[in-house]
Ligand binder design. Structure first.
Ligand code: AKG
Ligand code: FE2
Length: 363
């Protein structure tokens, strides 16, 4: 049986779960009086996180479409600069986490990713570039860049908290439980990444961005209109799927398929990271995704990672246990209990020492 990543479905139309991700409009959560709307948004988020770990979030009532488009144009201006200009804000100038990573600098599962990018993290009070993750952000010398991106960061921090509250409602958390969870994410150690993808050369043996799960809390991704680039692995154990091998159509039983998550105007693509897996004791799973950009244009994506506070202690939530205990499927089944983690420590283990270990930021 081929590995899931080698399977290409010809048609997933017969399997609704496999055909596309749900679209959820956040608008009712922007209005404290929209009680019924909130209930359905919360329920939709719960269902999406159980089934996919991924969803589209319609944010057209929260930001004007022109804003992320403007950010994309600013990013294009930076990526179009001569290489030596871009290297002026190279990761190595700082803490090896904040700044510019040249094309193929990042390696995922042993293969160079065909992208370049800039990473920004929440600023820290006493920066020290000799300490992992504790340096200063490095901003491109492109007019309006910092100002516009700073505005976006503020909006995404707000949106992150709104989505978190809606997810807490979806899990049936009480007000007190939400306040406790809120106190773990209200000073998010966020990351903003700006990624530039030239087309994948035919002789490249890797991906534009290799398959990975996001390690944090909530990813809020704006991408330019390029089609067919972002792919999400949708699990559906034991499905029979038509595949196209080189010669003859065949059927295989697979664990799931890679579906495209093409951009939808007015929406961002959201997914949950490993911290949500811990909070829900595995009820919600973070989902594998990758980027395969074979088009002819230069693709730009701007993921904002809304993360827990640096010192947050992330541990399974009582609300998730209530759901798991109430589910007859789980009766008499031994359940793995996820180990608590301190987010900052987890993050340092994950990316803080890329430089020493050669690990990529998606490994
Ligand atoms: O560029 C994209 O569409 C996805 C990027 C991504 O998955 C990431 O940076 O974690
Ligand atoms: Fe990702």
């Amino acid at each position: 049986m081929p590995a899931p990543s080698e399977v290409t479905a010809t048609s997933v139309a017969d399997f609704p779960k496999l055909s596309s991700l749900p679209i959820i409009n956040i608008a009712p959560y922007l209005d404290p009086h929209h009680t019924t709307g909130r209930v359905s948004v919360a329920a939709a988020l719960h269902a999406a996180c159980l089934e996919y770990g991924f969803f589209y979030l319609d944010i057209s009532s929260f930001v004007d479409r022109s804003e992320p488009e403007e950010l994309t144009e600013l990013a294009r201006k930076f990526f179009a600069l001569p290489q030596e200009e871009k290297e002026k804000i190279a990761l190595r100038n700082e803490d090896h986490a904040r700044g510019y990573a040249r094309l193929k600098e990042n390696v995922t599962k042993g293969k160079a990713d065909n992208h370049e990018g800039i990473d920004f993290y929440r600023p820290v009070e006493e920066p020290d570039k000799t300490k992992p993750l504790w340096g200063r952000n490095q901003w491109p010398d492109v007019p309006g860049f910092k100002e516009k991106y700073d505005q976006w960061i503020e909006k995404m921090k707000k949106l992150g908290l709104i989505v978190m509250e809606a997810m807490a409602d979806g899990l049936g958390m009480t007000k007190e439980e939400w306040n406790e969870l809120r106190s773990q994410v209200d000073d998010s150690f966020w990351v903003m990444r700006i990624i530039g993808y030239p087309p994948l050369p035919n002789d490249h043996d890797g991906f534009s961005c290799g398959e990975h799960k996001d390690y944090g809390c909530l990813t809020l991704l704006h991408a330019d209109p390029t089609l067919g680039a972002l792919e999400v692995f949708v699990q559906d154990k034991g499905q029979v799927v038509q595949v196209v091998p080189d010669v003859m159509p065949q059927e295989h039983v697979v664990d799931g398929v890679w579906i495209k998550a093409d951009p939808i105007p007015g929406c961002i693509v959201c997914n949950i990271g490993e911290m949500w897996e811990i909070w829900t004791n595995g009820l919600y799973k973070s989902t594998l995704h990758r980027v395969v950009h074979r088009g002819s244009n230069y693709r730009v994506s701007i993921p904002f990672f809304f993360e827990p506070n640096f010192n947050a202690l992330v541990k399974p939530l009582a609300a998730a246990s209530r759901i798991q205990e109430g589910d007859p499927k789980n009766k008499d089944k031994p359940r793995k209990i996820y180990e608590p983690v301190v987010y900052g420590k987890f993050l340092l283990d994950k990316v803080g020492n890329n430089f020493d270990t050669g690990k990529g930021k998606y490994d």
